[in-house]
Structures are given as C-alpha cells and as structure tokens.
Design a protein around this ligand. Structure first.
Ligand code: PLP
Length: 469
C-alpha cells in the first residue's frame, strides 16, 4: 500500500468509524450471532491474490458487525465498561502508524519518556501518593491489563520476600502465601498459578456481610497462623471497587497488617480508581501511602481504548530484580549508562506498543475538567437508577450502590432474576450481566459508556420494569 493509497483508504476507514458511532443505537447491544455463524460465512482458505481494501470494509459491515457485541453502545451496562473515545482511537492509530516497538529506551526514547511522563500526570490527576511518581524510587508503567499487573506484583513480592531468590535458585523449596478477599478478581488466583505458587497458596478472606469488604481481623488471623506454620506471607491484595459489587476494602487496615508481616501490598482499583480524578471520590485513595503497588485501568472507565492499564510501584527495585534480564543482543550504551528506563524490565513480554500516545491524547483532549465530568455524569445516573430500584417493591438493591455500579435483584428470587436478565438481553435493547451477592443472584448495572445519557438509563429501567413479573 503506497502512502497515497493509504491516505485514500485511511479516510474511508475513519469515515467508517465515524458512521459506526453515528448509527450505534441502531444495533442490538448484544450480538445475536450463533456459534459458527462467522466461520461459515468466511472463505475456507486465505486469498491467493491481494484484494481491494474496499472489500475489507464491505465485509466489515456484512460479516463482522453481526458478530459484534457493541461495547460502546449507550445501553451497554454489562461487566465494567471498556471505554473508547475519539482522541484515544486517533492516538492508537498514530502509534500504529509510527510502528515503534519500545522495549528499550534506545528503541524509541520518546515512547519511554512519554509513558513515564503521562503516568506521572495521571498520578497527579488521581492525587496518588508521591511515592508512586518517577522522581523517587517508584514510578509507573502501562501494562496490558490488570491481570498482568497482578502477576508482576506477585513476582515482585516473591522477589522481595525471598531476598532475591527468584533470580537464581527460585522459590520452589519455600512455602509462600498470598492473601486476598473472596470477592477479589480472579486474576489474583491466576497470577498465583502462573507464578508457580498454585491456587492453594491463595488465602481468601471472609467478606463482611454488612459492607461486602475484606475483614482485617481475618487477615491478621491468617497471617499469624501461616507464620506459626513456617509459611511466609508474600503478598496481600486489596480491592478498591471489587468486580461483583464495587466494594472498597479497608486498605489502610489491611495494609497495616500486611506490612507488619513483611508482605507486599498490592491495591487493585482496576475499575474504580480512575474516579479519583474527581476530588469527592478521593476516599478511594485512603491508605494508598502504605501500598507497594497500585493499579487502575484507563481502558475501563477513563476514555482510553483497550489496552491501557496504569500500574505504579513505590519502589521499582524488587520489580526490576524479578523481571530484568540482559542478553547480549539487547546491550546498548544508554542502558549501560544507568540514566534511562527500559520498560521491558517492568512487565512480562519483551516487546511493547506505544500505548502512552493514546493516553496522552485523551488527557490533553479532555483535560482534568472533562475527565471529572465524564465520571461524575455516570455516578449521578447510577444514583438515580438505584433510587428507581429502591422505589419498586418488586426489586431490591443487592448491595449499596458504588460509584456507577448498581447491583440489584428481583425479590422473587434467583430464577426470576436470571429470567429477567435473559429477556432484556435477548431483546437487544440493553445488555447487563450478573453476579452472586450474599449467596443469591444479583444483576449488575454498570454505567460507563461515554455515549450513555439519561434517556438510555431511563429506557433500560422501563425495559426492566416491563419485563419483571
Ligand atoms: N480487577 C478488577 C477489580 C476487575 O474488575 C477486573 C476486570 O473487570 C480485573 C482486575 C481484570 O482486568 P483486566 O481485563 O485489565 O485484566
């Protein structure tokens, strides 16, 4: 594709995306595709000769769109949002255009330095403790996902608690434990498995039935019992905005107990953390000055296309100790000078995309004020939705609403609640998902699309009311 051809097809592709956003509401939110539909419609073999790009765009409409669940639809209320926005899409396109692979500072100094800089900006916007900024021993990095962040937190914690044995002998002969709440995201258990600790190394704290949060007294008891049995506490993970209910663990109390036991403290605020752009939500940051690492995802609720997970450490030494490795072919004078950051040492893969460009683009386009408005608008809508649920005697709130997440159910029980979800999702008018709270099914209504307005939330509520027995 010559630059001139690229220009022509590029305009067409941008037009296609702009048109897509204009007609988003005409699509059923949840794809109505059946298993195998797309495979059956695709040619069984790859083309022998090149095809015009127009054909790809045409197939996007006829073949791909029917198999798309529209995450950017204003009536998408499932899971947590995966925000996209114009400036992020353009930033990502520019990163693709540059096509750099920023594994080392030397392989594109701007890719590294912009990443360090925007993560300092984001730390400032969220009012995170100064220890996460890059001007001291700490600093931030963009990971692919919060699951990757959990994994590198486990690896850094093991490195620190074993006195560096992850580098040579490994930690196989020792016994280590990781502690988290039963409601914590499954990525922590996965990280334990990948790290070779196994799921049995994970201790799940009881959930307080009143607050739906982890109990610090339970953590203390488990830490004591393990130490008495010769097991070393490696890591405590606290959730700020747990996936099921949005519950916020008592980070300060958990971190205090963890530190006394010598364990690393990781705070997972994958969805909720970005809300701290608005000062009234900075209670979410309570106790973070005691954390060793912190994660929040601009790719969930801060207008930045997947993937963009912001991960900070208070001290980068254990992270680098766990992950850095320098084969001859990567040696270069900038690395050897010690004056630069090589982000390949901060995550699992070697190669890395220039993801900072889209975050930079978002922060500049919206500014702090625009980001605050984005979050505040959704929280206000969720509060109103929760008040409607509370006022209809057929429904009940399953947990206290948190930020832009409302968990609720039908008083008629699990089967009726699941049937209600099935009906509204199949209608294509909205999409929401479920969880279990206090042993009973609950629906999760997570508001987060930049396209969502009051009328969409009101229409969703009317659809739920109309389908409820
Ligand atoms: N942590 C929490 C609290 C989450 O809600 C999620 C996903 O919803 C994750 C971690 C995993 O996020 P990712 O998809 O970035 O790995």
């Amino acid at each position: 594709m010559t630059p001139e051809e690229f220009r022509r097809h590029g305009y067409a592709a941008i037009d296609w995306i702009a048109d897509y956003y204009e007609r988003l509401e005409t699509f059923p939110v949840l794809s109505q595709a059946k298993p195998g539909d797309l495979r059956a419609a695709l040619p069984p073999h790859p083309p022998e000769y090149g095809e015009p790009f127009e054909q790809v765009l045409a197939d996007l409409d006829s073949l791909i769109l029917p198999g798309i669940t529209h995450w950017q639809h204003p009536s998408f209320f499932a899971y947590f949002p995966a925000n996209a926005s114009g400036p992020a899409i353009l930033g990502d396109l520019l990163a693709s255009g540059l096509g750099v692979q920023g594994m080392l500072w030397a392989t594109s100094p701007a890719a590294t330095e912009l990443e360090t800089h925007v993560l300092d900006w984001l730390a400032e916007l969220l009012d995170l403790p100064a220890r996460f900024r890059s001007d001291g021993p700490g600093g931030g990095v963009i990971q692919h996902s919060a699951s990757d962040a959990a994994l590198v937190a486990v690896l850094a914690a093991l490195h620190r608690v074993s006195g560096g044995r992850t580098e040579r002998g490994g930690v196989g002969a020792e016994r280590y434990a990781v502690y988290t709440c039963a409601h914590t995201h499954s990525s922590v258990e996965k990280a334990c498995r990948i790290a070779g600790l196994g799921a049995d190394a994970l201790r799940k704290l009881d959930v307080d039935p009143e607050t739906m949060t982890a109990r610090p007294d339970d953590l203390r008891a488990l830490l004591d019992a393990d130490r008495a049995a010769g097991i070393t506490p490696a890591l405590v993970v606290a959730s700020v905005g747990a996936t099921g209910t949005g519950a916020v663990d008592p980070v300060r109390a958990l971190a205090t107990a963890a530190r006394e036991a010598g364990a690393w403290v990781h705070v997972d605020a994958a969805w909720a953390g970005v809300a701290a752009v608005a000062p009234e939500f900075r209670y979410l940051n309570d106790g973070l000055e005691l954390a060793d690492s912190y994660v929040t995802n601009p790719h969930k609720w801060l207008l930045t296309n997947f993937d963009c997970d912001a991960f900070w450490v208070a001290d980068r030494a254990p992270l680098l100790g766990a992950l850095s490795i320098l084969p001859e072919y990567l040696r270069n004078s900038a690395t050897e000078s010690g004056a630069v950051t090589d982000y390949r040492d901060w995550h699992v893969p070697l190669g890395r995309r220039f993801r900072a460009l889209k975050l930079w683009s978002v922060l500049r386009w919206y500014g702090a004020e625009g980001l605050r408005n984005h979050i505040r608008g959704h929280v206000a809508l969720a509060q109103e939705f929760a008040s409607w649920v509370a006022a209809d005697e057929r429904f009940e709130l399953a947990a206290a609403p948190q930020l832009a997440l409302v968990t609720f159910r039908l008083a008629a029980g699990d089967d009726a609640t699941l049937e209600l979800m099935r009906r509204v999702n199949e209608s294509g008018a909205l999409y929401l998902t479920h969880t279990v709270v206090g042993g009973a099914v609950a629906l999760r209504f997570a508001i987060g699309s930049p396209q969502t307005e009051h009328r969409h939330v009101a229409a969703a509520w009317h659809a739920l009311q109309a389908s409820a027995p």
